[in-house]
Design a protein around this ligand. Structure first.
Ligand code: HEM
Length: 126
């Protein structure tokens, strides 16, 4: 991560800027507001620990992301993931992440988004 210029500041800027866009987004904003309401600080803190654990392997996140998203199932569709990923990529450009850092974050985000979507929307026995 250091070689890509990723620091704690990168992660903090990424999360703060990204969720600023998410909250202002016409499609994603209401979904997050409904689930998170006025407890954004703990969510932002969780998300900083989540991304730090991914890039620094610092063990700071030990949650289980899937159940948090299964709860949202009635309100989300694949289009929401496409929008989420689009805003995430835009944010990486805005915060001035290096090309290598951008590729690393996007690769992880894409993989996780794909795995969430398989679990949410692909139901072989339904
Ligand atoms: C938590 C929405 C995609 C990672 C949450 C929460 C919401 C949410 C509302 C808070 C749940 C709660 O506290 O009750 C969404 C929506 C998405 C999306 C609408 C796209 C349509 C993603 C992706 C990732 C991700 C692609 C990973 C790259 C997480 C993590 C948490 C979380 C780590 C914290 C779970 C915990 O409490 O430990 N998400 N999310 N989300 N999300 Fe997402």
């Amino acid at each position: 991560a250091a070689a890509m210029g990723i620091t704690a500041r990168t992660v903090s800027d990424l999360v703060d800027t990204f969720y600023g866009h998410v909250r202002a987004d016409a499609d994603l904003g209401p979904i997050f507001e409904k689930a998170i309401g006025d407890t954004w600080e703990p969510h932002l803190d969780t998300m900083k620990r989540f991304w730090s654990a991914i890039v620094f392997h610092d063990g700071g996140y030990s949650g289980r992301p899937m159940p948090a998203h299964v709860k949202l199932k009635p309100d989300i569709a694949p289009e929401h993931f496409a929008r989420w990923l689009g805003l995430f990529e835009q944010t990486l450009d805005e915060i001035g992440a290096s090309e290598a850092a951008k590729a690393a974050f996007l690769d992880r985000a894409n993989r996780i988004a794909k795995s969430f979507q398989l679990q949410l929307f692909y139901s072989p026995y339904e």
